[in-house]
Design a protein around this ligand. Structure first.
Ligand SMILES: Nc1ncnc2c1ncn2[C@@H]1O[C@H](COP(=O)(O)OP(=O)(O)O)[C@@H](O)[C@H]1O
Ligand SMILES: [Mg+2]
Length: 268
């Protein structure tokens, strides 16, 4: 696997180079982004991971806060769920092209909630799609599991779980890790304040040690991410060119690039 200077290199060179590399280096690999709770950063991380790897983003969440909607996809304009249509028809869905600013997308839409394919069917479909695309797939999921999310975990080479460094979320992580024993979990500390709370860091370390869990570098809390309205991948701002991004976004982008390379190293 190629290495990248994620802390140093100019972003407008780094991001396209990483996308070109990982698109083929991780061909056929499946990453599922999952957790038992909402609001931890799954969708944010799934979109950035998919973009940075030039993976196909399969959005297996039906909620309107999902990745597809955050990228501008509107289910109201579709007669049927593209994901379910492909699974029911036994064909490989053609992703909607994200162009240079978004990951390519296969969306499920609200129909998925009450029409979830059995986990084994979902897993087989994702495996077949990844092989057919000859690219990686990143699956975003609805919090708390369900058949679609379980199928994604079944097929996944890594199950990426974001966790804010807060007491309640870490308590929940301990339970989640027990539930997911046997799956290739990778924990991503997310929304980490500039001065990380020492007690919570120790707690995360303890959970990670106890369960032999890989933990990536942290993703900082970035107020600009919360407020951002643009329906594009944050990393795509790199294409604007040198010196155009600014301190509100750059640490987040570089942290997500570091997470991307660390996750890629685990599954590559
Ligand atoms: N690193 C971060 N810094 C600041 N806000 C974040 C960060 N990660 C996620 N968020 C915000 O937190 C909220 C929940 O994130 P989201 O990705 O939708 O979580 P989930 O998919 O787990 O429900 C969103 O408003 C999102 O913009
Ligand atoms: Mg989400």
């Amino acid at each position: 696997m190629q290495t990248f200077e994620v802390e140093e290199a100019p972003l407008f060179e780094l991001v396209p180079a990483m996308r070109a590399h990982f698109r083929t280096a991780l061909a056929g690999k499946i990453l599922a982004v999952e957790s038992d709770k909402g609001g931890l950063g799954k969708t944010t991380i799934a979109v950035e991971l998919a973009y940075n790897l030039d993976a196909v983003l399969v959005d297996a969440d039906w909620h309107d806060g999902n990745a597809a909607r955050s990228l501008g996809w509107r289910h109201e304009t579709r007669a049927q769920s593209p994901m379910l249509r492909a699974i029911e028809g036994g064909f490989v869905p053609r992703p909607i092209s994200g162009g240079t600013m978004r990951p390519d997308l296969v969306a499920a839409g609200p129909e998925l909630e009450h029409n979830q394919p059995p986990a084994s069917v979902m897993a087989d479909a994702l495996t077949a799609w990844a092989a057919s695309y000859g690219r990686p797939i990143v699956v975003d999921t609805h919090p708390g599991g369900g058949e679609a999310a379980n199928g994604a975990a079944e097929a996944a080479h890594a199950v990426v779980t974001p966790v804010p460094l807060r007491q309640k979320e870490l308590d929940a992580l301990a339970g989640w890790v027990r539930l997911m024993a046997g799956y290739p979990l990778i924990v991503v500390p997310n929304m980490v304040p500039r001065v990380p709370p020492a007690g919570q860091l120790d707690y995360l370390e303890k959970i990670a040690k106890e369960h032999d869990l890989p933990v990536t570098s942290p993703v900082p809390h970035a107020v600009a991410i919360e407020r951002r309205r643009a329906r594009t991948a944050v990393s795509s701002m790199s294409l604007w060119g040198e010196g155009k991004i600014g301190p509100r976004y750059e640490p987040f982008i570089r942290a997500m690039l570091a997470v991307t390379t660390e996750v890629a190293d685990r599954v590559g």
